[in-house]
Design a protein around this ligand. Structure first.
Ligand SMILES: Nc1ncnc2c1ncn2[C@@H]1O[C@H](COP(=O)(O)OP(=O)(O)OP(=O)(O)O)[C@@H](O)[C@H]1O
Length: 465
């Protein structure tokens, strides 16, 4: 069993790798192991984030690549499970895509600046801010099968944008990853800084300087796969799209940078295409990038070939992208959960323990679409619609669970629970069923009592190790 809390050991061996221009050093390190990487000379980047000369980067439980445009020398301390240099990469096509997006951002920023100077923001009949044409940057959706390199390309495009002073909105529609905050959610946050080469999405959403637009937005879904409850997933993706668009409409400085949308692996099931089509419409996507799947590309061309607003392009999958087995993914999810409470090398947190009495809690969950009634945990009264919440009694079934703290106030109607963004997450570290004082002990990133009473149960469990 891997530990998510104790640092993995670094083997006492050092190797230097010299890379020619446009070569890539690919490496894999499992969760039992760690390596330290140092850029000795030249320039290099990890998914678009430049490495500092001489700075040390520690990797554990990672599969990644260091790319160099002009050549470099790398020093690796410790033992990688896989390590090799590749001379064939799709980086030229990726930078071409970035260049095209960047020129659209520049044009959108110029249009937004001239509109801001000439006209005050207009509102429609419902009081929504209307967006002047040409002032929204590219809205790009990355699709492809599982392990096609979608998230890696999203990181690269975000980092290249940030390096040119742009702050696109990153939208994560892959509930398995939970890259912005927590697995089992769909979320959005602007890329205010370069993504941490060691941890990727850590820096997202931590910056408050851009005001309302920079606060991460996150909706509770509760399951790892879009197919666990497609109806609920569709509803939440639509809600996220509506909120992101409203935020961007109010902010003419961030809007021209556009959005980069990462999705879960599309399998050729009809439900997969429906969800993708729905999200393309909801987010007003204007560019669909298909990674490494000819049939998906041809299906998308068939669907959008005549569209005046949606373009479809295909890009090659990098030969370095590796399949991650279930065990690896599970441990990556546990690391994301731990990171929410304890932070990472980028920023360490000290979580707080807080007591919540049974009588003060209102806990709900949503069913997945396939659970037979015999599989329902104790405390769930009946099988209901996939987008309906079911109240549940607190009890031992909650131990080691992740609960989403809803932003909905306890005085508001609980019907709005699923459509309300998450205010945060707590972890149930113990359940005390002592008759007089039934209570949960919760781990929380902030001190004090729970700010709200509505909690939603996620199917993810985590154990501190
Ligand atoms: N060029 C590369 N060299 C080595 N490893 C890579 C490279 N590109 C991506 N990877 C690794 O391959 C794995 C899969 O890539 P990625 O997460 O980008 O795929 P994905 O399509 O988003 O997967 P999913 O469908 O599961 O979300 C990741 O661990 C990633 O770090």
């Amino acid at each position: 069993m891997y530990s998510t809390s104790h640092p993995a050991p670094i083997a006492d061996q050092t190797k230097v790798w010299d890379l020619k221009p446009e070569h890539e050093f690919r490496f894999e390190v499992d969760f039992n192991n760690a390596v330290v990487l140092r850029l000795k000379s030249g320039t290099a980047e990890i998914f678009g984030a430049e490495l500092g000369s001489g700075a040390e980067y520690r990797f554990t439980g990672q599969k990644a690549a260091v790319f160099t445009w002009h050549g470099c020398s790398l020093e690796i301390q410790g033992q990688c499970n896989v390590a090799y240099v590749a001379d064939e990469t799709p980086m030229a096509s990726y930078i071409n895509l970035h260049t095209a997006l960047q020129s659209r951002r520049v044009a959108a920023a110029a249009a937004a600046a001239s509109t801001a100077m000439t006209a005050p923001p207009a509102t429609d009949r419902e009081g929504q801010v209307t967006v002047a044409p040409g002032t929204t940057g590219p809205v790009v959706m990355l699709i492809g099968p599982v392990d096609a390199g979608k998230t890696s390309l999203a990181k690269l495009l975000l980092n290249y944008a940030v390096r040119q002073g742009q702050h696109p909105m990153f939208i994560n529609l892959d509930p398995a990853e939970g890259s912005v905050l927590m697995p089992g959610t769909v979320s959005a946050a602007p890329a205010m800084h370069l993504l941490d080469p060691e941890d990727g999405f850590d820096a997202l959403g931590l910056d408050k300087t851009a005001g309302d637009v920079s606060t991460p937005l996150c909706y509770h879904y509760g399951f790892p796969s879009t197919t666990d409850n497609p109806k609920l997933y569709g509803l939440l993706a639509a809600k996220l799209a509506e909120t992101v668009r409203a935020r961007l409409a109010r902010n003419h400085q961030t809007r021209p940078a556009g959005c980069i949308i990462d999705t879960g692996g599309v399998i050729d099931a009809a439900a997969g295409y429906e969800l993708i089509q729905q999200s393309i419409a909801d987010f007003h996507v204007d560019l669909v990038v298909v990674l490494g799947h000819e049939r998906l590309y041809s299906d998308m061309c068939r669907l959008y070939g005549n569209s005046a607003t949606v373009k479809v392009v295909k890009l090659a999958k990098s030969g370095g992208v590796v399949n991650r087995d279930k065990d690896f993914l599970r441990h990556a999810q546990l690391r994301t959960i731990r990171r929410y409470f304890y932070g990472s090398s980028y920023s360490e947190y000290s979580p707080f323990s807080t007591i919540a009495w049974y009588q003060n809690l209102k806990i709900y969950r949503v069913e997945d679409s396939i659970a037979p009634s015999s599989a329902l945990p104790i405390g769930i009264d009946r099988k209901v619609s996939e987008t309906q919440i079911v109240p549940m009694e607190p009890g031992p079934v909650l131990i080691h669970s992740i609960l989403t703290v809803s932003s909905l106030d306890a005085t508001e109607d609980e019907d709005k629970l699923l459509e309300s963004p998450a205010a945060g997450f707590v972890y149930v570290s113990s359940v005390d069923e002592n008759k007089k004082s039934k209570k949960l002990t919760l781990l929380s990133p902030s001190p004090g009592r729970l700010p709200r009473k509505y909690l939603l149960l996620s199917s993810f469990k985590w154990m501190e190790m």
